[in-house]
Design a protein around this ligand. Structure first.
Ligand SMILES: NC(=O)c1ccc[n+]([C@@H]2O[C@H](COP(=O)([O-])OP(=O)(O)OC[C@H]3O[C@@H](n4cnc5c(N)ncnc54)[C@H](O)[C@@H]3O)[C@@H](O)[C@H]2O)c1
Length: 354
């Protein structure tokens, strides 16, 4: 079953960011009415400027820490896809206050505004960082460890609020724990850039990518189109199906069941379900980029110290999303990297890479 968001008014918070702007694009292509709320703190106007001409796209430049902005943005909306947050573990270690204000304070304001407006379903970006120091692989939704960063804490607290709001007010909430997402429009610049776009940009300039540690740390890198699919399924899978399958899944996994509750509040891992290490990643990037410029194959890798807050390995179990939502990721890391590199090659060359 390939459920899609159709004929709906959808609010995408953080819609000028990497994941948000890709969601906006898909929703517009599917002829929905799209509202984007963003304060451009880490997102970019160029990610959404093509959409501004569409009559079914509205940009609200505002802040999720401001309740009035949240109320304005959510007016008449059927579904919220909440992406706005201050991402990055290292950034939250440097500045825990802003991460907390936005990721928890802003989250609660957005969620409360959605509830006040009578929004039926609130889908939000959760994070694999919630697993903290849990070392069991693959990671199962109900087994989380001790937090390793303020960012991880904020994302876990969001899950607690979401569940509590579902119980108190009946709003349906679905958290998607994204695992290292990559793809078109992900920002390669800045101190907190994600590893894939940062390495692609370095390699395109014949500069050595610097791996933190010895390159044996591994991640379940997830291509953006898999994340878009998960959002569509989370937003459209009927409540009745989720409820029935959730009870069945809990029985199969011997988990405690939420009584006979009618409320929908779930959390899912969103990933491909395989991992590669950093050395393999850089090699794959070099191979893909060498198709465009052979010299890139000769760029050396450099190694630096491990980073605080990093766990050695991460791999998701995606069984719950498969079972409850019929999630079926279409892109492996390999096919996703090919798409991403092609996009960066076409787009970074056009813009100033410095
Ligand atoms: N990219 C990943 O690998 C990953 C992994 C796990 C979770 N997530 C989560 O997914 C979501 C999207 O991440 P992304 O990678 O697209 O990051 P991003 O930085 O590209 O996008 C975040 C967007 O939120 C906006 N924003 C930040 N603070 C805001 C505020 N106070 N008010 C309004 N808008 C605000 C930013 O301007 C930006 O456009 C975030 O919630 C992030 O925590 C991402």
């Amino acid at each position: 079953m390939n459920r899609k968001i159709l004929d709906s008014k959808v609010l995408v918070t953080g819609g000028a960011g990497f994941i948000g702007s890709n969601l906006c694009e898909t929703l517009l292509n599917q002829k929905n009415e799209v509202v984007c709320l963003d304060n451009f703190s880490t997102g970019h106007r160029h990610n959404i400027e093509d959409f501004l001409v569409y009559p079914n796209f509205t940009l609200i430049e505002g802040d999720i820490r401001n309740y009035e902005d949240c109320r304005k943005a959510v007016s008449g909306v059927d579904i919220v896809l909440h992406q706005a947050a201050i991402g990055s573990v290292p950034r939250s270690i440097k500045d825990p206050m802003t991460s907390t204000d936005v990721n928890i304070g802003g989250f609660v304001k957005m969620l409360f505004a959605a509830k006040e407006e009578g929004v039926k379903r609130f889908v939000y970006a959760a994070s694999s960082s919630t697993y903290g120091d849990q070392t069991d692989l693959p990671k199962l939704e109900h087994k989380i460890g001790k937090a390793l960063s303020p960012y991880g804490i904020t994302k876990y607290v969001d899950e607690l609020y979401a569940k509590n709001f579902s119980e108190l007010y009946g709003i349906e909430t679905i958290g998607l724990r994204y695992f290292n997402v990559f793809g078109r429009k992900q920002d390669p610049k800045g101190a907190y850039a994600a590893v894939i776009p940062k390495f692609v940009m370095a390699l395109m300039k014949y500069e050595s990518p610097i791996i933190n540690g010895d390159g044996t740390y591994s991640r379940d890198f997830t291509y953006i189109d898999n994340v878009i699919q998960a959002n569509q399924l989370a937003a459209t899978t009927p409540s009745k199906l989720i409820r029935e399958r959730s009870q069945l899944y809990s029985k199969l996994e011997s988990l405690s069941i939420n009584g006979e509750s009618d409320m929908i509040s779930e959390v899912f891992n969103v990933a491909f379900g395989e991992r590669i290490n950093l050395n393999e990643l850089v090699q794959a990037l070099k191979t893909n980029l060498s198709v465009f410029d052979k010299q890139i194959a000769d760029v050396e890798i450099k190694y630096g110290p491990n980073r605080a807050g990093d766990i050695p390995h991460s791999l998701a179990s995606i069984e719950k999303a498969k079972f409850l939502l019929e999630y079926k990721p279409q892109y492996s890391v390999e096919s996703g990297l090919k798409e991403a590199v092609e996009w960066y090659w076409g787009n970074l060359l056009k813009t100033n890479m410095s």
